[in-house]
Design a protein. Structure first.
Length: 160
């Protein structure tokens, strides 16, 4: 029974290792990851339900038409969530911890827009196993969001 448990534990550990993203030692300044998503009406409605942000500028066509946006816009934090997608799934990827983020919203995103999020390693902090990243979301050539993130990245485990 103990041998079976040990074999199963080893199998799980090996499977988890394949899911892992980059380790701190794998990263270099200038590396980047990206993710693109076309915003749908369902995305905006679902995000409103999950977040509780039911501001009519996101959900009510008549109300939003009377605003400076002249129509409904996606939640800024929906757009910002694509940065989390890059960090958590692409670079550095699974296993990292998102520590902080600052954001500057530059332009609205509307249903039908394709948002591309790009995160670029700008600084390595070896003593803390952290990196700083420039974060940018764009629709076509227009920047809609920019900022910086701090990410804790695991070090490669030592082999016994």
């Amino acid at each position: 029974m103990e041998l079976e448990k040990a074999v199963e534990a080893k199998r799980i550990k090996e499977a988890n290792a394949r899911l892992h993203g980059f380790y701190f030692e794998d990263l270099e300044i200038g590396m980047l990851g990206a993710y693109a998503k076309t915003i749908t009406d369902a995305d905006v409605i679902t995000f409103a339900g999950i977040s509780g942000d039911t501001n009519p500028v996101h959900l009510n066509h008549e109300f939003a038409n009377e605003t400076m946006f002249e129509g409904r816009v996606a939640h800024g934090m929906l757009t910002a969530s694509f940065i989390s997608t890059v960090i958590g799934t692409k670079l550095p990827g699974p296993g990292c911890i998102y520590v902080s983020q600052n954001l500057r919203f530059k332009a609205p995103v509307k249903v039908g827009d394709t948002v591309t999020a790009v995160c670029t390693v700008t600084k390595m902090i070896p003593e803390k196993h952290m990196i700083e990243m420039q974060t940018l979301c764009s629709v076509g050539a227009k920047t809609v969001l920019e900022g910086e993130a701090l990410i804790m990245v695991p070090v490669r485990p030592t082999q016994v």
